[in-house]
Design a protein around this ligand. Structure first.
Ligand SMILES: Nc1nc2c(ncn2[C@@H]2O[C@H](COP(=O)(O)OP(=O)(O)O)[C@@H](O)[C@H]2O)c(=O)[nH]1
Ligand SMILES: [Mg+2]
Length: 427
């Protein structure tokens, strides 16, 4: 197997080059550093792939390091730490949401392009280039912490499973779609384990998802039999980065393996995940690099609770795939536009409400409640919408220092309306 280390083959885009140029303009030392893509993280140390930038204008370090064949030559490196200065800058930035969105003041995530400094022979991450997209979710059990699980993702495949209804929850799909919209990646819905469902069940589920998500591709797949895998693979081209997101057990890792087999007949050793499940074997250490994990400071103060981390794989077909850890609970972070987009029928009605800040709970002239009364709007959709709005509000409340009185009033009304809906559903 010949390894392709072309920057584009690893997802390098014009926008990343522009971000690099901007950074180098402000900080000339960046010219002596190499862009590398984060492909994983093990206990606070990063695993990165440094593509071959030699011969490209603007990358001074590239020619030197490639010729010398020392650390910094194109290849994969493990045990890469943040520089002390960069780690301190991130800590001090107290970046919250702003840093998360841009990536610049946030710990690098899987899929990020970082600048690696080779001083002293060991690669150190000195900066993160601007993100084209960031898939972020709230941490399970907490409402105030964001976690970027993948960056620079072109397409986010939301994986649901057709194994008897338990794992096919339209509400989960709604949540995942909001998350996808907020990330900047284009969503695709995959209904995996189609071998476990009869034709009728599958078609009904596909129809329901298509209705929930107009314009979003919906595909049924089986990682076990291979059904639908070629259709899924055909949606993407080489150099594109996709990520799989879904609850544990939906078959995300199995799908990565199936996709790895789809292009070449077989997964390349070391290129795909080592098997279904999240067990991974460490690749052999790169020449010239010592394992320095033990000496590395914990690069992520939130990393303590991480049991599995996202990993980026390059398949033989040239497709870049992030296998993200599964979630038990999917917390959606603040993004008003994304929610409005996924619940388009609610937001379209809301335009006709008498008050522009209508909470659709008790105001006169509310078009949303009128549509509920007339049966035009599904109560279930409205209650899902309110639930997501309430979650978003609670997230924002913890992050916004400048909380206005009218926002406060709005959120209280929404919380009250949700309680009423819940009571009505029960009674
Ligand atoms: N029947 C069936 N089982 C599947 C399929 N895809 C995955 N599985 C099984 O589902 C379980 C969970 O798969 P895994 O890839 O580890 O799920 P992940 O947690 O989402 O990564 C494993 O036992 C797989 O063998 C499928 O398409 N059909
Ligand atoms: Mg998995």
């Amino acid at each position: 197997m010949t390894k392709d280390y072309s920057p584009e083959g690893w997802g390098w885009r014009r926008e990343h080059h522009a971000s690099y140029e901007t950074m180098a303009g402000l900080w000339p030392a960046a010219r002596g550093m190499l862009p590398a893509r984060v492909v994983g993280r093990d206990r606070g140390a990063y695993r990165v792939v440094a593509p071959d930038f030699s011969g490209r204008p603007g990358f001074e370090a590239a020619a030197v390091s490639a010729a010398a064949g020392r650390a910094g030559a194109p290849g994969e490196y493990s045990g890469v730490a943040l520089s002390g200065a960069y780690a301190r800058a991130i800590e001090e930035a107290d970046s919250g949401d702003r840093g998360r969105a841009s990536g610049v003041l946030e710990y690098p995530a899987c899929g990020d392009w970082v600048l690696v400094d080779l001083d002293g022979g060991y690669p150190r991450i000195q900066a993160t280039l601007g993100r084209l997209s960031a898939v972020a979710r709230g941490r399970a059990g907490r409402t105030s912490e964001a976690q970027v699980i993948a960056a620079n993702i072109d397409t986010l495949i939301v994986v649901l499973a057709l194994d008897g209804g338990r794992n096919f929850l339209p509400r989960l799909a709604e949540r995942a779609l909001v998350l996808a919209r907020a990330s900047g990646a284009a969503p695709v819905l995959a209904l995996n384990k189609r071998d476990l469902a009869d034709e009728e069940t599958r078609l009904a589920a596909e129809a329901e998802l298509s209705r929930l998500a107009p314009g979003v591709p919906v595909l049924s797949t089986s990682a076990r039999t291979g059904a639908g895998i070629a259709e899924l693979a055909a949606l993407f081209g080489p150099g594109e980065t996709i990520a799989l997101l879904g609850k544990s057990g939906m078959g995300k890792s199995a799908l990565v393996n199936a996709l790895a087999g789809a292009g070449s007949g077989e997964a390349a050793p070391g290129a795909g995940p080592s098997g279904a499940g999240d067990v991974e074997t460490a690749p052999p250490p790169e020449p010239g690099l010592r394992a320095i994990e033990g000496a590395v400071r914990d690069g992520d103060r939130r990393g303590r609770h991480t049991t599995t981390a996202s990993r980026l794989y390059r398949l033989d077909s040239g497709l870049l795939v992030v296998d993200a850890p599964g979630f038990r609970e999917l917390k959606v972070l603040g993004d008003e536009e994304a929610t409005a987009d996924v619940f388009a029928e609610v937001s379209e009605l809301a335009v006709s409400c008498r008050f522009s800040d209508c909470t659709h709970t008790n105001e006169p002239g509310c078009a949303v409640r009128a549509a509920l009364d007339s049966g035009e709007l599904e109560p279930g959709r409205f209650s899902d919408y309110l639930e997501l709005e309430a979650e978003r509000a609670s997230y924002e409340r913890r992050h916004s220092a400048r909380l206005s009185a009218s926002d406060e009033r709005r959120w209280k009304l929404i919380a009250k309306a949700r309680r009423r809906l819940k009571d009505a559903e029960r009674g």
